[in-house]
Design a binder for this molecule. Structure first.
Ligand code: HEM
Length: 405
């Protein structure tokens, strides 16, 4: 294995290869690195030498410390990825606040927090449950086998984010394709930039229309803020659209796969509604779909865990390693829906902690138990080894999940 013989000081590359029989476990080297030294040197494909964090405690510390920046022009990716390499080292697009620091980040995030209201979430909840039931009806009518990704896992979050933002669902083929191009690891730089430009142009035009003729949705609500120009509106909408559907879709698809491989737990989820909320947190922890993690750059020299991180150096936080840290979660490699999994870092931590997490929770809590209640005999329609996992994407999951009942 590439990293097993290195010393603490020798730079390594980010382990990304999942091995062995379990498609849910992160690369096994991560556990060994965490045990050895949870903060260590990491080399980036651009030649830059930074750091890798693998423990839960240090991951939280880095994500909560304002001396570590999320600015796109300072960030590098540890995975060779043409689009990301082209995108990093230049400023974030207008409104794309996940890649900004306070006060710019605060400015945009605050405008959106005003849109993610309890009222709007409460309104969406029964509607989401209805959408879930309608998709289950359609699956039942179609009869087995079906691809759960196409029939259930992707359309629900996609419909929800469209409804929330005010994006016509009829346009989904284009935006699903563009956003999937953006999260693929093997997309060429030009192809990736073209997908992003096309999606941005589409959302900019939509924002102009919402400003002229507002409807009852988030994009109209944002467009009412005259201080935001159309480019900023498009950037914010782009972030929501891309962050909102691929992540949740893969949690539903991969979550179902994990439950099918743990039948006793699936049965518990089906029969005990009191388990739902905790089960969703545990699935978030265990699966950590933002599997490679997230990065920050030191704005000044920072002492951390006995090391000196120099100004400008990148610190890569492995969210999957942090969520499998035995110092924080006992038997971390076990899926245990009954455990207290809160405090996991599947939604990140600090000022950039996921803005859509309440919505994502509503979707997961509605979709997963309803699926197993409707089809108590749900099973894989192919051998588990044949389920295509998304090792080629920045967001982990399954490309297809053929199921029968
Ligand atoms: C940020 C995960 C669903 C919108 C994040 C971050 C993570 C994450 C890890 C932090 C990234 C970082 O610190 O670099 C997830 C997962 C989801 C999910 C696993 C599904 C299960 C959603 C949904 C929406 C959304 C449904 C929108 C409706 C955002 C936004 C940010 C964000 C806007 C940036 C927040 C900021 O920079 O202040 N998400 N997310 N996410 N997420 Fe999510």
């Amino acid at each position: 294995p590439e990293a097993s013989s290195t010393t603490t000081w020798e730079p390594i590359t980010l382990p990304t290869a999942r091995r062995g029989g379990c498609p849910f476990d992160p690369p096994p080297e991560l556990a060994r690195l965490r045990e050895e030294r949870p903060l260590r040197r990491l080399s980036f494909p651009d030649g830059h030498l930074g750091w890798l964090v693998t423990s839960h405690a240090l991951a939280r510390t880095v994500m909560a410390d304002p001396r570590f920046s999320a600015r796109m022009e300072l960030r590098h990716t540890p995975i060779h990825r043409p689009v990301a390499e082209r995108l990093t080292s230049r400023p974030a697009p207008p409104g794309f606040f996940i890649a900004m620091d306070p006060p710019d980040h605060t400015h945009y995030r605050r405008l959106l927090t005003g849109q993610f209201t309890v009222r709007r979430m409460n309104q969406l909840h029964p509607w989401i449950e209805r959408v879930v039931e309608e998709h289950l009806d359609a699956m039942e009518q179609a009869g087995p086998p079906v691809d759960l990704v196409e029939a259930f896992a992707l359309p629900i979050p996609s419909l929800v984010i469209c409804e929330l933002l005010g994006v016509p669902y009829a346009d989904r083929d284009d935006f699903q394709r563009h956003s999937s191009t953006m999260v693929r690891l093997d997309t060429g730089a030009d192809e990736g930039m073209a997908a992003m430009a096309a999606l941005t142009a589409y959302l900019r035009e939509l924002a102009v229309r919402k400003r002229a003729e507002p409807t009852d949705d988030m994009l109209s609500g944002l467009a009412a803020h005259q201080e935001l120009n159309e480019d900023e509106l498009a950037g914010m909408a782009l972030l929501l659209l891309v962050a909102g559907h691929e992540t949740t879709a893969n949690m539903i698809g991969l979550g179902t796969f994990a439950l099918l491989q743990h039948p006793a737990q699936a049965e518990a989820l089906r029969s005990d509604p009191a388990l739902t909320d905790g089960a969703v947190e545990e699935l978030m922890r265990y699966l950590t779909v933002i599997h490679n993690g997230t990065g920050r750059a030191a704005l000044e020299d920072v002492e951390l865990d006995g090391e000196l991180i120099r100004e400008g150096e990148n610190v890569w936080v492995s969210l999957s390693a942090a969520n499998r840290d035995p110092a924080r979660f006992s038997d971390p490699d076990e899926l245990d829906l009954g455990r207290a999994a809160s405090g996991h870092l599947g939604f990140g931590h600090g000022v950039h902690q996921c803005l859509g997490q309440q919505l994502a929770r509503i979707e997961l809590r509605s979709a997963l138990p309803a699926l197993f209640r409707r089809f108590p005999t749900l099973r894989l329609a192919v051998p588990a080894e044949e389920v295509p996992t998304r090792t080629d994407m920045n967001i982990y999951g399954v490309h297809r999940l053929p199921v029968a009942w």
